[in-house]
Design a protein around this ligand. Structure first.
Ligand SMILES: Cc1cc2nc3c(=O)[nH]c(=O)nc-3n(C[C@H](O)[C@H](O)[C@H](O)COP(=O)(O)OP(=O)(O)OC[C@H]3O[C@@H](n4cnc5c(N)ncnc54)[C@H](O)[C@@H]3O)c2cc1C
Length: 411
């Protein structure tokens, strides 16, 4: 009788759930998903949880295939030589193949006072801690959102719509990813919601105190509640386990998402750095990466050569409160173009995307192998061109994030 193949997925976010569901398509493969919570976190709605306009917790039964065994625990170490994972509970799990999809969290801010007085908003626990802080603050309290990437913009707009006095401190450009036309549209909507936007040189936060944020140009706007959205960091699990990572700790892989150290380890989502040219940290990239990672493992099990990564459809979809939004289109190199859909249609599109994400995961749970967005033709050549351009421009090519939910400093 053929031996059963054990595949373990670390991390039950967008990439990990997509990968785990897809792996169940093959008989003789047992799939285990290790995640610290018994529920799925729909992270792209966390700003709604904070604003009290929506929830971000989803029952795994809605998105995870029945064939996947869920282990609620945290992996504390990967023993690649022994193909074992140590768990925080004290147990261990063995594997034949491992998918590393540990995602991202708030970067630990290096600005004085930020760790003490600013509230991050990158995980469920961050959002659950921030919400009562806001509820306890007077309605007129000055709220500052630091970081003007998509998370900061969405949070500022969401809170302003609930009547909060919000200042958005950009630390540079508002929405660095956006095309100037899209940026003008976002600025107009934020102004309409009453958000005070501080952008341009001199707006980097240099210190956070109990009641203010200090800026590079010497200004110190009052802030009773400071929300920190200036960049994501990744768990240090891969680095701590002795695996090769990029400068911020993402697992280094080749173009099939296979670890450069170990053919049995494959990575996906925010914590993967294929060819040291990671995709923009996003849910939009995490799901195709999850599907690609599963395909790589299934190819290896079948004794076939895995296919390389394709570039992912580029766009950024930002909510601006509940009745406005912007869908910023981009080219296949993930550079924003002039075309946007904004206003109410933009908000509707964003809502379709948020629901569609869960639909994709549920679809893959019900019919493993049905997801196909990671196979859109034409992307391999484009990515090779990007890689070549990156090699020519090194070391600048190592700069990750490329304008989205960027590691710290890039937002
Ligand atoms: C407020 C907000 C709004 C956003 N909006 C958008 C948006 O509109 N569009 C977009 O594309 N992106 C958006 N993002 C970014 C997006 O949420 C992330 O890029 C995405 O979640 C990455 O998916 P992932 O599967 O790689 O990781 P995650 O979703 O972070 O999942 C990783 C999982 O791994 C678990 N894990 C970590 N370490 C371990 C361990 N040691 N053992 C076991 N499990 C572990 C984590 O707890 C988590 O459950 C937003 C993020 C935030 C915070």
């Amino acid at each position: 009788m053929a031996k059963n193949t054990e595949v373990v997925v670390i991390g039950g976010g967008y990439a990990g759930v997509m990968a785990a569901n897809r792996l169940t398509r093959r008989d003789g493969v047992s799939v285990t998903l290790v995640n610290p919570r018994p529920c799925f976190v729909h992270r792209i709605r966390l700003h709604q949880l904070v604003g009290g306009t929506g929830g971000a917790v989803v029952d795994y039964r809605e998105v995870l295939g029945e064939g996947v065994r869920l282990v609620v625990d945290t992996v504390t170490r990967i023993d690649a030589a022994g193909r074992r994972l140590a768990l925080a509970s004290g147990g261990a799990v063995g594997y034949d193949y491992l998918i590393y999809a540990a995602g991202s969290a708030s970067a630990v801010p290096r600005v004085p006072g930020a760790a003490e007085f600013a509230h991050p908003l990158a995980s469920l626990e961050d959002a659950q801690r921030l919400r009562p802080v806001l509820e306890a603050a007077p309605a007129t309290a000055a709220v500052t959102v630091v970081g003007a990437g998509p998370t900061g913009i969405e949070t500022a707009a969401e809170l302003a719509q609930t009547g909060r006095a919000v200042t958005l401190v950009c630390g540079g450009t508002l929405g660095p990813y956006l095309h100037p036309r899209g940026r003008r549209s976002v600025a107009g909507r934020l102004a309409g919601l009453g958000v005070r936007v501080l952008d341009g040189p001199g707006t980097k936060v240099t210190a956070v105190t109990r009641d203010a944020v200090r800026l590079g140009d010497g200004r110190a706007p009052a802030s009773e509640v400071t929300v920190w959205t200036a960049g994501f960091g990744v768990p240090d699990l891969a680095a701590r386990s002795g695996l090769s990572t990029d400068a911020v700790g993402r697992l280094l892989t080749d173009e099939t998402l296979t670890s450069v150290d170990d053919v049995r380890i494959v990575a996906a989502g925010d914590s993967a750095a294929p060819s040291d040219l990671p995709l923009r940290m996003s849910c939009q990239a995490a799901m195709p990466l999850g599907a690609r990672a599963a395909d790589t493992v299934l190819s290896r099990i079948a004794g076939e050569r895995p296919s390389p990564l394709r570039s992912v459809f580029g766009a950024q979809c930002i909510s601006l409160g509940r009745s406005d939004g912007i869908f910023q289109f981009a080219n296949r190199s993930d550079v924003a173009v002039w075309f946007t859909i904004d206003g109410r249609p933009g908000a509707k599109l964003k809502e379709i995307v948020c629901k569609g994400v869960l639909g994709h995961l549920a679809g893959e749970a019900a019919t493993p192998g049905s997801y196909a967005l990671h196979r859109i033709p034409g992307g391999v050549k484009r990515r090779q061109l990007l890689l070549e351009a990156g090699r020519r421009a090194a070391p600048a090519a190592a700069a990750p994030g490329r304008g989205g939910h960027a590691p710290e400093g890039g937002s």
